[in-house]
Design a protein around this ligand. Structure first.
Ligand SMILES: [Zn+2]
Length: 115
C-alpha cells in the first residue's frame, strides 16, 4: 500500500469506496475499472496528431467534483458516468454512460412510481 495514502486521514477513516451501479446496486469499487475523465471530447478519426495527443494525454487534475467513466468489469459490464468529489470521494451521482440505457432506467423508475 502507498504509505502516503495509508497515512492520509481521509483515506483511513472512510469506508471503502462503493459505487451504486444502476443495474446491480451498490458494489465495492474493486469490481470496477476506472475509465478516465468523462468530459473529454475525442476528435474525429482524421484529426491531426496534436488533437489526439491532447485528447488522450492532457488531463485536468480536478480538486473537487469530477465526472468519471467507470466500467463495471466484474458485474454487468456496463460503462457508467460517476460524479465523484476527488477530495472526499463522495459519489454524487451514477448513471449509465450510454444515453439509451439512461432512458430505459428512467422509464422503469417512472413505471414503479406510478404503481
Ligand atoms: Zn453493474
Amino acid at each position: 500500500m502507498n504509505v502516503a495514502l495509508a497515512l492520509t486521514p481521509s483515506f483511513t477513516d472512510r469506508p471503502m469506496l462503493r459505487i451504486a451501479c444502476p443495474f446491480c446496486g451498490p458494489r465495492d469499487y474493486s469490481e470496477f475499472a476506472y475509465g478516465g475523465d468523462a468530459t473529454v471530447v475525442y476528435p474525429s478519426l482524421d484529426a491531426d496528431e496534436d488533437a489526439w495527443h491532447d485528447a488522450v494525454f492532457m488531463r485536468e487534475n480536478v480538486r473537487g467534483l469530477q465526472s468519471e467513466t467507470w466500467h463495471h468489469v466484474n458485474g454487468c459490464r456496463m460503462w457508467l458516468i460517476v460524479d465523484r468529489d476527488t477530495l472526499t470521494h463522495e459519489i454524487v451521482s451514477v448513471r449509465p454512460a450510454h444515453p439509451e440505457w439512461a432512458n430505459v432506467i428512467a422509464a422503469e423508475t417512472s413505471l414503479k412510481e406510478d404503481t
